[in-house]
Design a protein around this ligand. Structure first.
Ligand SMILES: [Zn+2]
Length: 297
């Protein structure tokens, strides 16, 4: 080997050796509006991305006061993932205050929105992630957006997304099997706010809630009285607490009707990672176990 080619070989070797720490420093920084979406982006992005989530575990994504730290994180992000469908009313202000110049990706793009009439107004139900078929659309949107922003990671994003989609398909079968075992007359459930419309429509359960599709407006005394009459008349077996809402209203409803408290469902947020619903799929696993246990007999 002459001296010149030795130098070239050394430079190539140095480049190879230096590539690991270099790659780590180049993680694509991403912001996601709330914990469920943050988990989905992490699953698909894998070790090529660093995800910051504004509304964390057990947090309420309908109502949120962004902090100066959120604005700083967003200003440093290349992409922002939101649910859309009117969930994150606080995001426009945060985007403006942060001076964010990156790409905004609406993860729910392409789903069929569920619309409801409340107080003579048509409102869009934002909780599309509670139907696993929609979850597949979220994952595909996340995969495509990541590839567009970082084409070098195409193979990684495609493989991660496929693994996630396989997990969703398996969970979908599990949920359907568990619900098929429930007696039809017991497939009626009360929760605090109307977060399970997509879940109910997909899997054949009826969810009734004193609060609407957002936690922003409180239930009126009239709404609560109506639900109490309905629980008694239709013999609704159980009411379920949610990890993102106050339990007092449902405690009161349970007391007045004799319906039992069936446990806590994860609606708009995951648990911390070491809790029972630390990921999107664990949220479904936990919810279906909780529902099965309370409603099977
Ligand atoms: Zn909600």
């Amino acid at each position: 080997m002459n001296r010149r080619s030795f130098l070239v070989a050394s430079a190539a070797l140095a480049a190879v050796l230096g590539s690991s720490p270099g790659a780590e420093a180049e993680l694509m920084k991403i912001s996601a509006s709330f914990s469920i979406l943050g988990d989905m982006v992490k699953q698909v992005g894998g070790d090529r991305v660093e995800v910051f989530t504004f509304v964390g575990p057990n947090g309420d994504a309908h109502v949120y006061e962004p902090t100066p730290a959120d604005a700083k994180e967003l200003s440093e992000s290349k992409m922002l993932f939101i649910n859309g469908l009117g969930l994150e009313g606080w995001m426009t202000r945060l985007e403006k205050s942060s001076g964010f110049k990156g790409t905004v990706v609406t993860a729910s793009k392409g789903i069929t929105p569920r619309e409801m009439v409340a107080d003579d107004k048509t409102v869009t139900d934002p909780h599309a992630w509670q139907d696993l078929a929609n979850g597949k659309i979220y994952v595909a949107n996340i995969r495509d957006a990541l590839i567009a922003a970082d084409p070098g990671g195409k193979a990684t994003y495609e493989a991660n997304a496929q693994k996630f989609l396989d997990g969703i398909a398996a969970m979908d079968i599990k949920v359907k099997e568990a619900i098929a075992k429930l007696p039809p007359e017991r497939r009626k459930i009360i929760t605090t706010h109307d977060a399970f419309g997509y879940f109910g429509a997909a899997y054949g359960l009826e969810f009734i809630a004193p609060e609407g599709v957002s936690t922003e407006s409180e239930a009126s005394a009239k709404d609560v009285a109506k639900i109490i009459r309905q629980i008694k008349a239709e013999k609704v077996p159980a009411v379920f607490l949610e990890n993102v809402t106050d339990s007092r209203l449902l405690d009161q409803i349970a007391k007045e009707t004799g319906a039992k408290i069936g446990g806590t469902l994860f609606s708009d947020a995951l648990s911390p990672l070491d809790g029972p619903a630390g990921t999107y799929l664990d949220m479904f696993r936990n919810n279906i176990e909780t529902l099965s246990e309370a409603l099977s007999s």
